[in-house]
Structures are given as structure tokens and as C-alpha cells.
Design a protein around this ligand. Structure first.
Ligand code: SF4
Length: 278
């Protein structure tokens, strides 16, 4: 189903970093809404989604003045201190409408001119590789974090059927890394996976973050319960994976392929990285 698309004018585009993202001075969402509509998306429970008539995943607002706002707001924010931006916290900046609008690309162009001190680019879309030319200009001031919750596309289809296929995300990580763009795989939230997952990740990234529904939903797993995710696990006969300690098993497997210093857990993997750590 195609989402309903609307253009909107925003009053501002940089939002103060808070909660899980309090290590950032700002978050930046080029869109409101997200066509990937992942079942476990915590934004489903936020006012922005609850007060809409359409279901989450069925609407997207384009913030059409976002580029003008960024050009104004970054220099203003810089006067108050370091500008570190998390893009994006409640949408995917490379969701399908981005093919048409180029909004995220235009934001990157603006940021090349008004470079933030650090940009964390969170996506699960291979479309990010389109912007390698711009990302190169950020040097070490950018980290592209690609969500890869599992290596099993059959599992991805249960939990996030409208999100890009896993193989394409792994390939995108490989392409970004080959072009010298700092990357990590975000195994977040961890979904049931095969024993080959760590090896597949090691082939495309040197750094990863592991998170699950209990550590990462900001409420100790309560939000995830409210979203009915337990039932998806149960219906698929995968309930053994819906456990607080399931991630430890995967962490151990990952340690066979990555040094401990390359494995980040939950919030630390989404915080601005320390200099020299990647
Ligand atoms: S891609 Fe991110 S913002 Fe979009 S639905 Fe999935 S979890 Fe939510």
C-alpha cells in the first residue's frame, strides 16, 4: 500500500537531543511518518502517530522547507556550542519518497556548507549509497548506522515487511565501507537470526551495535509489549528469542568475529563515538 504523502512547512527542523539521544545536541527528521512501518517501531506509541487517522506506515509528511531551516539553524546552534546531529530519530531519512524528493540529499548538501561537528545517520535503506559523494566530504564527522536486525529475510518479513531486504542492506554497508565512509551495523532490535549472521556482518563492517526490545525501547520492554510484538514471536514459534538474555547468546557469537572494542551495546552504540574509535 502506498502511503499518503503531504507537504508541510515546519517552524523549525533541529530538535534538542533528549532521552536515549541525550548525547546529541540535536535530532533532525526530514520527514514525519515512515513508509517502512516496522511493527516494533516505538514511534507508533508517540503523539505524532497516535493523533493521526491513518495507521503508522500509511502516511508521510515532507518537511519541504527543511533545507532552508537547516541553513539558518546550524549556524545559530553553533553559537551555543558543539552541534552533533542524529538523523533520524522518528523517521527513516532514506525511505522510498526520498527517491523523488532528494530532501535528505539536499540536507547533506547544506550540511557540507554548514558542517556540524558530527552527524549520525541512521537508516535501513540502501538508498544511502546514492549520497556517497556527499558523505565523503564529511570525513570522520559522519557515521552511517545501517539497521540489520537479522540475516534472515523470512524473519524480516514477519516484523518489517515493508523495509528493504537484508541482502541489500549488507551490500550497502559493504559499498559504504569500500568508499571510506565510517559505518556500523545496528543489530537493533535483535531479531531471530542464523548462526552465520556474525560472519556475514564481519564481511561488511568493522563496528556494530547490538540492542534488543528490553534495553532499547526506552521503557524496559513495556512499549514493545504494548505494541504486541510478543504475539508475533509466539505466532512464528520464535518465543525463545523474546527473552531478556537472548542477546547475550548473539553477543558471544559476535565476539568470535569482532573484538570487544567493536561491539557496542544498546545506547552506547547510538551515542556520538569517541574520537579515534572508528
Ligand atoms: S524505519 Fe525506523 S522510523 Fe521507520 S518504521 Fe521502521 S523503526 Fe520506525
Amino acid at each position: 500500500m502506498q502511503p499518503s504523502i503531504q507537504k508541510r512547512t515546519s517552524r523549525s527542523i533541529l530538535t534538542k537531543g533528549s532521552g536515549f539521544l541525550n548525547g546529541y545536541s540535536h535530532t533532525l527528521n526530514p520527514y514525519a511518518g515512515c513508509a517502512f512501518g516496522c511493527s516494533y517501531c516505538y514511534v507508533r506509541r508517540m503523539p505524532i502517530a497516535l493523533f493521526r487517522e491513518e495507521d503508522w506506515g500509511e502516511w508521510v509528511d515532507i518537511k519541504e522547507n527543511a533545507v532552508d531551516l537547516v541553513k539558518k539553524e546550524i549556524p545559530k546552534a553553533r553559537k551555543k556550542g558543539e552541534v552533533s546531529i542524529f538523523m533520524s530519530s522518528s523517521t527513516d531519512p532514506y525511505q522510498p519518497i526520498e527517491f523523488k524528493t532528494n530532501l535528505t540529499r539536499r540536507l547533506l548538501e547544506a550540511m557540507v556548507e554548514e558542517m556540524p561537528d558530527f552527524l549520525f545517520l541512521q537508516t535501513r535503506s540502501p538508498l544511502v549509497t546514492r549520497d556517497i559523494d556527499l558523505l565523503k566530504k564529511f570525513g570522520k564527522k559522519v557515521l552511517v548506522s545501517m539497521t540489520v536486525e537479522t540475516d534472515l529475510d523470512s524473519v524480516r518479513k514477519i516484523f518489517a515487511p515493508s523495509a528493504p531486504p537484508i541482502a541489500a542492506r549488507l551490500k550497502a554497508l559493504q559499498t559504504l565501507r569500500a568508499n571510506g565512509i565510517p559505518v556500523q551495523a545496528a543489530v537493533a532490535p535483535l531479531l531471530p537470526c542464523s548462526e552465520h549472521f556474525p560472519k556475514k556482518l564481519a564481511e561488511v563492517t568493522d563496528r556494530l551495535t547490538l540492542d534488543d526490545f528490553f534495553m532499547g525501547d526506552g521503557s524496559g520492554g513495556k512499549r514493545t509489549e504494548q505494541l504486541g510484538i510478543r504475539k508475533l514471536f509466539e505466532d512464528a514459534g520464535l518465543e525463545d528469542w523474546y527473552q531478556r538474555k537472548a542477546y547475550l547468546k548473539i553477543k558471544k557469537r559476535l565476539q568470535a568475529f569482532f573484538p570487544d572494542s567493536a561491539i557496542y551495546i544498546s545506547q552506547e552504540g547510538f551515542s556520538p563515538p569517541e574520537e579515534g574509535s572508528y
